[in-house]
Design a protein around this ligand. Structure first.
Ligand code: SF4
Length: 458
């Protein structure tokens, strides 16, 4: 018995699971040469994010824009279908990408699944070694969350829940703000979302990790700064912004989305945070798709984990990605301590480098803030989907093994090759970029699902 649990701790404290290490090598080899640079995280620390598709396409709000196909709302929510499809997709992801990856339980609106089925889907994802995150509009009450988090015996089902709440003024139909005119009208909903998780932790000991998502168009670009600040202050661990693209339901395209680009969104986030957000030294996939700034927040003050202007921090990045890339620090304390000890034993040179980095990070935070400010991680992200009209020819050419002559289509191909957001197709054994899923595959998939799961009239 003791020998078994010691063996289990020893195995779990392996810095990287061999399947994950193999998946990282494959991902690195698949990247286009331009993406294989010292800042790249794909293939060195992660194989990227994952998401479900076709598991519950329906939604009960209306977003302008909405990147889901028009047919999505003709598909009935069906828990049995959801669990079966999630299981098959996660199985394939586990086979091809190893363990420990972040996977979004995403479709239409996840809470249209009953709380029990929602919990079952999360449990299936965990069983396949994923870190699931439920993507929701956040328009649900504490009772729903409690029923999701607890089993029939009243005991907690999950140690930690990860949720991304999508809140912006382009969404119509929210129960307490059906037609918002400005972002500030959604602040009570944003706050209530976090408060529900705080209460769940207090009452049942279920920890949480929350992201705030916002779609950005010319209409609300001027409010990005205030939303970034609000997300920091309210307790979200990530604030993610998505400039709108022409993908999904054309009836929901109401503005000239091309007026908003990544640089503008990023500057607005920086304005809200009140400091420069360095990103280019840690890149997930292609910089035309993603930007992320990873840091520590203390009493409203954000500092980067790695200072991009300090060569010693860049050296630390290189050492980390070379010797520790792929490790998963979200482990029980004993397992994490053993993992660090094993790494230090193998690479003693890491010890002085890590201590130096920690000293510089503490210097950036400041002793007083550190002692009084309850520091926590805070990440800012911009993710820019591509327009469907460019994804389609890019994907078709890739399927024929061709490199497109048109520079715009070729750029889309490069982005798809370095994609950091994959969706699984167990029927073919393939993974596809989410851009391809939404731009090319969703319409037909939803037509098939609408036949399989027609709406039932009351
Ligand atoms: S889903 Fe599209 S925009 Fe996102 S990383 Fe993949 S290719 Fe880039």
């Amino acid at each position: 018995m003791i020998a078994t649990s010691l063996r289990s701790i020893w195995e779990r404290s392996r810095p990287v699971h061999p399947d994950t290490a193999a998946a990282l090598r494959t991902r690195w080899a698949e990247l286009p040469p331009v993406a294989r640079n010292p800042a790249q995280l794909l293939g060195r620390h992660t194989v990227g994010c994952e998401g479900t598709h076709g598991v519950f396409p329906r939604c009960n709000l209306a977003c302008t824009p909405c990147y889901h196909a028009r047919q999505a709302n003709s598909v009935r929510i069906d828990a049995e279908h959801t669990i079966k499809a999630v299981d098959a997709q996660m199985q394939l992801l586990r086979t091809l990408r190893g363990t420990g990856q972040h996977a979004q339980l995403i479709g239409g609106e996840v809470t249209l699944l009953g709380p029990e089925a929602h919990g079952d889907a999360l449990a299936v994802m965990e069983r396949h070694g994923r870190k699931p995150m439920s993507m929701t509009h956040g328009d649900f009450d504490y009772d729903y969350l409690e029923r999701l988090a607890l089993g029939a015996d009243g005991r907690r089902r999950f140690r930690l829940l990860r949720f991304a709440g999508h809140f912006d003024s382009l969404m119509l139909g929210r129960s307490d703000a059906p037609r918002p005119v400005e972002e500030a009208e959604l602040n009570p909903a944003r706050r209530r979302f976090v408060a529900n998780f705080e209460r769940l932790k207090q009452e049942h000991g279920v920890d949480y990790d929350l992201a705030h998502n916002m779609t950005v168009t010319p209409r609300n670009i001027g409010e990005v700064a205030q939303v970034a600040r609000i997300a920091m202050d309210m307790g979200y661990g990530m604030a993610s912004f998505q400039p709108a693209a022409y993908v999904g339901n054309p009836r929901r395209w109401r503005e000239d989305f091309h007026q908003v680009d990544m640089d503008t969104v990023w500057s607005e986030i920086e304005r809200g945070v009140g400091t420069r957000l360095p990103w280019a030294h840690l890149q997930m996939g292609d910089p035309r798709c993603n930007r992320s700034a990873y840091g520590v927040l203390t009493r409203g003050h954000w500092v980067p984990l790695l200072d991009d202007l300090d060569p010693r921090d860049l050296r630390m990045r290189d050492l980390f990605l070379t010797h520790c890339g792929g490790i998963d620090p979200q482990q029980p304390t004993a397992v994490l301590a053993l993992m660090i000890a094993r790494l230090a034993w193998r690479r003693p040179a890491l010890i002085p480098a890590a201590l130096g980095w920690a000293r510089r990070l503490l210097g950036r935070i400041g002793l007083r803030r550190l002692l009084r400010g309850r520091p926590r991680g805070m990440t800012f992200v911009v993710h820019a989907f591509m327009d469907a009209e460019v994804v389609l020819p890019a994907w078709e050419a890739m399927e024929r093994g061709e490199t497109a002559a048109d520079p715009q289509v070729r750029a889309a191909q490069e982005r798809l090759q370095a994609c950091s957001y994959a969706m699984a197709h167990p029927e073919t054994g393939r993974l596809v970029p989410a851009c391809v899923q939404h731009s090319v595959l969703d319409p037909e998939e939803n037509l098939r699902l609408a036949e399989l799961l027609p709406l039932v009239s009351a």
